[in-house]
Design a protein around this ligand. Structure first.
Ligand code: SF4
Ligand code: SF4
Length: 397
């Protein structure tokens, strides 16, 4: 009989979250809400060992992420090591710190590809949502990336504030010469879960934006690929999260904790392995954290008897936990889930809130003014809020 470990294929994609430090404060950040309590960072030698172990197992792609990975001054050394091992490497960045000299040094180290995030096509909203004055800097960085011949992906997280600008976001990416534009509808974890009431669009707003994307795609006709990442709440279609738990993807958090996805750290009762103490092989094949939701044995009877289970793997465990309190539940976005009503209530809440906002309160805070975030009920991702939320459950600012 084959054991679970023997049936498991090795990881293909490693994401190295080099640091949780970041100069931006995005209201939808996917870093854990308590990130400020995980201050330790692996050193250069540990990261190199992890990359070597993962490559030896068969991993082929390595993303450098964070926080802001450019805050690590060993980034060039790590890229060179990874490239030397034969990884395809990509940098996922806000752009802060990507000077021309650094972009050239990373090119010399062998970096293959850069993903640059924008929050919106307007300076006002970009800066408002990240609580930083970074729009013009990002525009300069896009020029540097193109001038050095990197393939460039622009990424924009979509929500109620910027969905009406989707056409302008596409035009901005086109003007920058992006090869790909990823319009990633907000996934409600981490800080986005905290801010879900303010960020949640109505189904009507999503459909309008999707219509613009479809029309613009036809106009672009292969010059720039526009990826619309499905809003699973509205589509009522569970996503095949990470192509299955512990199937192809490993995230390594700054302190060495190995995770099957960015958000899994907040799931209770799971001992995730730390790569300071364990090898990548041990963690991937034998740890409780990676074994917990592998395969189909853990599934509820709803998923376990469903023909879709081999395609969507029962959906997202983090979403199941956040919405239902049970990480093993059927993903609540699924129409077969007994908890689907909770998602419908959130969408109905967005409709009701917009009906109120059509009165005196402007739904689009397009001005970067003191107090705008509090008025909108938004909590910025920052150290102070992270510490306070970890201790008291409330954010001071
Ligand atoms: S989402 Fe914003 S705050 Fe979070 S890591 Fe990315 S740039 Fe930094
Ligand atoms: S019941 Fe489970 S496997 Fe079937 S579609 Fe819903 S989430 Fe996917």
């Amino acid at each position: 009989m084959r054991t679970a470990a023997a049936a498991t294929r090795p990881p293909l994609w490693l994401l190295a979250e080099l640091t949780y430090r970041c100069p931006l404060h995005c209201v939808f950040c996917s870093n854990p809400i308590d990130y400020a309590q995980h201050r330790q960072e692996l050193d250069t030698a540990d990261w190199k060992r992890i990359f070597s172990e993962a490559r030896a197992l068969g991993a082929v792609q390595l993303g450098f992420s964070g926080g802001e990975p450019l805050l690590r001054d060993d980034l060039e050394e790590l890229v060179a090591h990874a490239r030397g091992l034969g990884f395809y490497t990509n940098l996922i960045t806000s752009g802060v710190g990507l000077t021309e000299a650094r972009a050239k040094a990373l090119k010399a180290a062998g970096l293959d590809h850069i993903q640059l995030s924008f929050q919106d096509s307007t300076r006002e909203l970009n800066d408002f949502l990240s609580s930083s004055r970074t729009f013009e800097l990002k525009a300069r960085v896009a020029g540097i990336i193109k001038s050095l011949g990197y393939p460039m992906v622009l990424n924009c997280v979509m929500h109620r504030y910027n969905l009406p600008h989707v056409g302008r976001i596409i035009q901005m990416a086109e003007a920058f010469g992006a090869d790909y534009l990823e319009l990633a509808n907000t996934q409600y974890y981490g800080w986005a879960w905290l801010n879900r009431t303010a960020l949640m669009p109505t189904v009507h707003e999503l459909r309008e934006a999707e219509g613009v994307v479809i029309a613009q795609r036809a106009r672009l006709d292969g010059r720039m690929k526009v990826i619309w990442v499905s809003p699973d709440y509205a589509d009522a279609k569970p996503k095949p999260c990470m192509a299955g738990w512990g199937a192809v993807f490993m995230v390594v958090a700054p302190d060495g904790t190995a995770l099957p996805c960015h958000s899994a750290r907040m799931l209770p009762g799971i001992a995730f392995p730390n790569l300071r103490e364990q090898s990548v092989r041990e963690a991937w094949f034998h740890s409780d954290g990676f074994q917990r939701y592998r395969g189909q044995a853990w599934m509820s009877s709803t998923c376990g008897s469903c023909d879709e289970r081999g395609h969507d793997f029962g959906g997202c465990r983090c979403q199941a936990f956040l919405v239902t309190g049970d990480a093993a539940a059927t993903d609540p976005v699924c129409p077969k889930s007994p908890q689907r009503g909770r998602i419908d209530a959130m969408l109905a809440g967005a409709d009701a809130e917009r009906a109120c906002a059509s009165g005196a309160v402007a739904p689009q805070p397009l001005r970067f003014v003191p107090g705008a975030a509090q008025q909108a009920g938004l909590v910025y991702r920052c150290d102070e809020n992270s510490h306070a939320l970890g201790k008291t459950g409330a954010a001071p600012c």
